[in-house]
Design a protein around this ligand. Structure first.
Ligand code: NAP
Length: 330
């Protein structure tokens, strides 16, 4: 069994990691940490986990083969020395995802730049071979996951892409924030970040495209949809041919239906799963394409992708503990 610890387990990503790891047939959870809830049972914070016999600790002296750091960006780089060398590390924060230059442009000063190159960017569909050998993995951001996977097959021609993201409230984490309380968040379609969203850095690094990237907060608890527009001088078949690079990916579903309400990806149909649904529309008259990509931000956008990475790092089948369909309706 793989012994796993989750640091920052009282947050939304930490909670989902505990849920997925508790159901994983090859994993034993040896520690879950929280400073605020140390000593409390896990269900006091994550009521969906009632019945799971785990308590939070604020000590880092645990026994683990893999440690998930589910803490805010800027925190992983402060605490990572506690864990280096003791176990494989999968960091959920942005601290080791991009180069020092990109990090400092989008986030601010980096305290551990010498470690950045030791991390592998944990997007399995693009970096499976490196992840297999990695001791340290930087798990991608949720928006970045959806956008990179949709844009990658078109990176040579989509330099002027416009990326429109509609994002749920759980993407902001569990911390208190007036903008996220129910009266403020309910029924919104709010432009959250018209330019320079942090996740743009990962898209630039992984695709070479510098898209026009706008993020909207919408009235969902989980899930996100990326809608990507760019000129495309080809045929619908050419579009599909490029997307078929994903034909053997266990977690990418190409949505190619011609009719019906569900002919395009929608977060509603991936919630609770590690799937990415990718689809497209083509305007032949004006040579314009739209690529759509929907994920559950907490699973393929976070905890599920981290478990997928863990499976690869430990030589397990990549889908172990992750092969379930989305819940529906949500
Ligand atoms: N939410 C998403 O959709 C999503 C998707 C992908 C990646 N991520 C990334 O995953 C990480 C966690 O996100 P989240 O949404 O779960 O955030 P969150 O709900 O705010 O949880 C953050 C967790 O970090 C712990 N923490 C905060 N400061 C700490 C410190 N100095 N030392 C130790 N623990 C500390 C908190 O625990 P205590 O205060 O109880 O100690 C809490 O459990 C972030 O880096 C985020 O960017 C989030």
């Amino acid at each position: 069994m793989i012994k796993a610890a989750v640091v920052g387990a009282s947050g939304y990503i930490g909670g989902e990691l505990v849920r997925l790891l508790a159901m994983h047939p090859e994993v034993e959870i040896t520690a879950i940490t929280s400073r605020k809830y140390a000593g409390k049972k896990v269900h006091k914070v994550h009521p969906n986990l009632r019945g799971l016999d785990l308590r939070f600790t604020d000590k880092y002296d645990f026994d683990a083969d893999v440690i998930f750091l589910a803490v805010p960006h800027g925190t992983s780089m402060k605490i990572i020395d506690e864990f280096l060398g003791s176990a494989k590390i999968i960091d959920m924060s942005a601290d080791f995802r991009v180069s020092k230059e990109l990090y400092e442009k989008y986030y601010g000063p980096h305290e551990k730049p010498e470690l950045i190159d030791k991390f592998v960017y944990g997007l399995p569909e693009l970096h499976r071979k490196e992840i297999k050998k990695a001791e340290l993995v930087a798990n991608p951001g949720c928006n970045a996951t959806a956008v990179i996977l949709a844009l990658y097959p078109f990176r040579d021609i989509a330099k002027e892409a416009i990326v429109d993201l509609k994002v749920s409230s759980s993407a902001g984490g569990r911390r208190e924030n007036v903008a996220s309380i129910h009266p403020e968040r309910s029924h919104v379609v709010r432009v959250y970040k018209p330019f320079h969203h942090r996740h743009e850095a990962e898209v630039i690094q992984e695709t070479g495209v510098k898209p026009m990237f706008t993020v909207h907060s919408v009235d969902l608890v989980r899930g996100l949809l990326a809608t990507i527009y760019f000129p495309f001088d080809g045929t619908e078949r050419d579009l599909l041919r490029r997307l078929l690079m994903y034909r053997n990916e266990p977690f990418i579903r190409l949505v190619t239906d011609k009719g019906g309400l569900q002919r395009y990806p929608d977060p509603k149909y991936v919630i609770g799963s590690n799937f990415v649904d990718i689809g497209f529309a083509y305007d032949a008259e004006n040579s314009r394409a739209i690529i759509l990509s929907a994920i559950d931000n907490l699973i393929k956008g976070g905890s599920g992708q981290a478990v997928q990475n863990m499976n690869i790092m430990f030589g397990l089948d990549e889908t172990t503990g992750l092969s379930y369909y989305p819940v529906y309706p949500v």
